[in-house]
Design a protein around this ligand. Structure first.
Ligand code: NAD
Length: 468
């Protein structure tokens, strides 16, 4: 381990002790203080929007400034507004009914801050996937430590300095480093840990957290399928699939990962996707709105997947473009019928490559989806709502959009999370508030309560009330 990492881990442990101590003096953070915290996040978001775009561009080489605005900055503005508007109602205690033999009395649930929260975030939407859980934790009245990704160092440094403008480190702190620091981070006895990243590392995180009985939310990835029904026109499917797949060059956890097209239609769907892409980016190689791949390692892996499919006999369609020079850009790519055992059909792609295979009916499509790990998202295209809903009935996924992709992510009132290998737990909106609060069960009994009658020595009253 490097000296820098060793020092950062030491600092991390001190920060945790300081946050823990601070939490003990402010266990039930007041509504007004939480509003201030939410407003602080919203004002940092507005004030630093250009710096956020610059940092993302520096980290990716080329990162569409419009997409940084849309998916990171505008997303956070809306999330903060929603949280501000809803916080009062989320914080209200919820009365519950009590059984007749426990009356009189009052029972209710209090949502209480869980304590000090750890957040580990990935590189693909490096700002939003860190700030959104921080917002939820602050709304819940918690203290937060963030460990962002080592692949986006500019954004990580920026987030650290932004947060320091508004928050003391015993409230919100950022710890920098790679897997060694990440691994040490997971050994801290946080009151909750939220991890966003790969399924493989997610398993390690859950294991490490189990040592401390730290509850974990795992926001993982996987292969999110698209099922196109017979009745849905290829051109219409192509339009939204192209956006869902090539935004951020496919480096999106809920990007469509592969398409199950009706028999004989893979070609027309592929053509319509490529036609749409060509309109969106007349020259993807030089277009500033077509994002590059985050690192050489990821770039080589993606090219390897394309070449493997080509060698396996699949047809590769790519949008036309010039020379991207040194930018790590990969042409928007559609792969027709890659072999089932190829990397493209076995691993999460996480890049601008979309395989299309054919199904011979919805039953077959659903069977193929159900034979795999449960996906983070599933998209179904049909003109007939009943047909689309029958696909929801016949499958399991973290979230679903009918006739489009990714839009569920932007609805703050929908919980966002996976199921099975795509993760567990959720956040966004009230789901995030619930994740970072403890549901404390309270029963208020009057000074004299009839339950006193059901005590030893058991006799007639016990027989009348309890011995039924
Ligand atoms: P990753 O797992 O490599 O890294 C994520 C974070 O984990 C980084 O901060 C990294 O430093 C840290 N880390 C690495 N090794 C660690 C260890 N042993 N212990 C603790 N922390 C460690 O993931 P990635 O490549 O950055 O992200 C890509 C994956 O994330 C894809 O699978 C994608 O689908 C998924 N993802 C999911 C969501 C979601 O919301 N569900 C969002 C974005 C990305």
């Amino acid at each position: 381990m490097s000296d820098t990492d060793t020092k950062e881990i030491e600092r991390m442990n001190q920060l945790f002790a300081a946050q823990k101590a601070a939490f003990e003096t402010d266990r039930h953070r007041a509504y007004e203080d939480r509003l201030r915290d939410i407003d602080a996040i919203a004002s940092l978001n507005a004030k630093h929007k250009d710096a956020i775009k610059d940092a993302a561009a520096a980290d990716f080489g080329v990162r569409s400034r419009c997409e940084t605005q849309l998916s990171e900055i505008s997303y956070m503005r809306t999330a903060a507004e929603h949280t501000r508007r809803q916080l009062w109602s989320w914080m209200q205690k919820k009365k519950v009914s009590i059984p007749g033999n426990l009356k009189p009395g009052k029972a209710y649930i209090r949502r209480e801050p869980i304590g000090v929260v750890g957040i580990i975030s990935p590189w693909n939407y490096p700002y939003q996937l860190a700030f959104s859980p921080i917002l939820a934790a602050l709304a819940a009245g918690c203290r937060v430590m963030l460990k962002p990704s080592e692949y986006t160092p500019n954004m990580s440094e920026l987030m650290k300095s932004m947060l320091a403008e508004e928050f003391d480190e015993d409230h919100v702190a950022v710890v920098l480093g790679g897997p060694d620091v990440g691994q040490a981070f997971t050994t801290i006895a946080f009151d909750h840990l939220l991890y966003t990243g790969s399924t493989q590392v997610g398993r390690l995180v859950a294991k490490a957290a189990a040592e401390n009985l730290t509850p974990v939310t795992l926001e993982l990835g996987g292969k999110s399928p698209v099922i196109v029904a017979d009745d849905f026109p290829s051109e219409k499917a192509g339009e939204t699939l192209a956006f869902g797949k090539f935004m951020n060059a496919g480096q999106t956890c809920i990007a469509p990962d592969y398409v199950l097209a009706p028999e004989g239609r893979s070609r027309t769907i592929a053509d319509s996707i490529i036609a749409r892409v060509q309109k969106a980016y007349p020259d993807w190689a030089t277009d500033e709105d077509y994002t590059a791949i985050v690192s050489d390692k990821h770039y080589e892996r993606l090219n390897g997947l394309i070449e493997e499919a080509r060698a396996g006999g699949a047809e590769i369609l790519q949008a036309e473009g010039g020379d991207p020079g040194n930018a790590r850009k990969i042409a928007p790519t559609v792969v027709l019928n890659p072999p089932e055992d190829s990397g493209l059909m076995q691993e999460e792609i996480f890049g601008p490559v979309l395989p299309i295979v054919e199904h011979n009916g919805l039953e077959d499509a659903m069977k193929r989806v159900n034979a795999r790990d449960r996906p983070l998202a599933l998209y179904v295209y049909s003109k007939n709502k009943k047909t689309a809903r029958s696909v929801i009935e016949g499958t399991i996924s973290g979230g679903t959009v009918i006739n489009n992709t990714m839009l569920h992510y932007a609805v703050e009132d929908l919980p966002f999370g996976g199921v099975g290998a795509s993760g567990y737990g959720a956040y966004h909106g009230e789901a995030g508030f619930e994740t970072f609060t403890h549901a404390r069960a309270v029963f208020e009994a009057p000074v004299w309560h009839p339950s006193r009658l059901i005590q030893p020595p058991y006799g007639k009253i016990f027989d009348a009330v309890a011995n039924k």
